[in-house]
Design a protein around this ligand. Structure first.
Ligand code: NAD
Length: 290
């Protein structure tokens, strides 16, 4: 069997276009554009690339982008003061502080300082709690993007067995909760899981978010399984995922490539979350299921 390749780039372009169309209507109705503030502290090159990509996507969707750069030597209180200003700014619907932060700044202090109703990254514990109990809030962009790819590929996910490999707060845990919300039977596997290949073999859906190049092999998979590869690993041969694409694509029914799978959906979901935030704050009724 040779798997269908899930085109994350195309799915992301389609989502961004839907957001853009909705932004046009939002502007007409409210007289303003949704606004996303992105804060970059220091000069980390990978972070700078992400921030540039987020800025570009925000502008392309017809939104306002507010970029704030602080030097690597910035103090925690300077960053807290900036977050407080953005929390209070009515033109700002979404606030994203690019991680990682320099060592003198406690990430927890910053993440919990952001107004949960502007936390478009979905990292605030209030939003993690809302996801856990099924209240509207913000879901982290990467797992939200994975869910959208799965729904586009499979339709209703109810009753499917899903294995999420990885239990981080930004990917693994929220991914498992989203799948549970869709009535999947969910297993969370992690570094202490025994006989991982056997666990994975029972799954209709496999989401790999580990950070180990090519760890998941084709012979771990149930034939026809849908495989979402979140991993981004820089190796001598270039960017690779957590799934061994060559062997897995011979067994899976559908699989995301790296690059071009989950990555583009993450940014598309960020601008989607920003529009959702603006709509909530303005009491603007938005299209369902965006
Ligand atoms: P993390 O390091 O916080 O978590 C990794 C998880 O993998 C841990 O929960 C750990 O228990 C588990 N793990 C480690 N070794 C394991 C093993 N041998 N077997 C089973 N589980 C094991 O990482 P993260 O932030 O969740 O990111 C995971 C990967 O996804 C990374 O490669 C990261 O670069 C990538 N990522 C991609 C995007 C995107 O937009 N595509 C976004 C975020 C993260």
């Amino acid at each position: 069997m040779t798997a269908t390749i899930i085109d994350g780039k195309a799915a992301a372009a389609a989502l961004r276009a839907r957001v853009g169309a909705e932004v046009t209507k939002f502007r007409a109705a409210t007289g303003r554009a949704p606004g996303l503030a992105v804060v970059l502290v220091g000069e980390d090159p990978a972070s700078a690339v992400y921030v540039r990509a987020k800025h570009k996507a925000t502008i392309e969707a017809g939104m306002e982008s507010f970029e704030h750069r602080l030097p690597a030597t910035a103090t925690q209180s300077e960053l807290v003061a900036l977050v407080d200003r953005l929390n209070a700014d009515p033109a700002v619907d979404g606030i994203l502080v690019q991680l990682p932060l320099p060592p003198q700044i406690d990430e927890n202090v910053i993440v919990t300082r952001i107004d949960p109703d502007k936390d478009v990254d979905g990292f605030h514990p209030v939003n993690a709690g809302r996801l856990a109990v099924g209240l509207p809030g913000f879901v982290p962009c990467t797992p939200l993007g994975c869910l959208k790819l799965l729904q586009a590929e499979l339709g209703d996910l109810s009753g499917k067995s899903a294995v999420v490999i990885g239990r981080s707060n930004i990917v693994g845990k929220p991914m498992a909760l989203l799948l549970l919300q869709q009535s999947c039977t969910v297993t969370i596997a992690h570094s202490r899981t025994r006989d991982l290949p056997e666990v994975v073999r029972g799954a209709d859906i496999v989401v790999a978010a580990v950070g180990r190049p090519g760890m998941v092999k084709g012979d771990w998979l149930k034939p026809g399984a849908t495989v979402i590869d979140v991993g981004i690993n820089r190796t001598e041969t270039g960017l690779v995922g957590d799934v061994d694409f060559a062997s897995a694509s011979q067994v899976a029914g559908a699989i995301t490539p790296v690059p071009g799978g989950v990555g583009p959906m993450t940014i598309a979901c960020l601008i989607r979350n920003t529009l959702v935030s603006a709509a909530r704050r303005e009491g603007y009724a938005m299209k369902e299921g965006l």
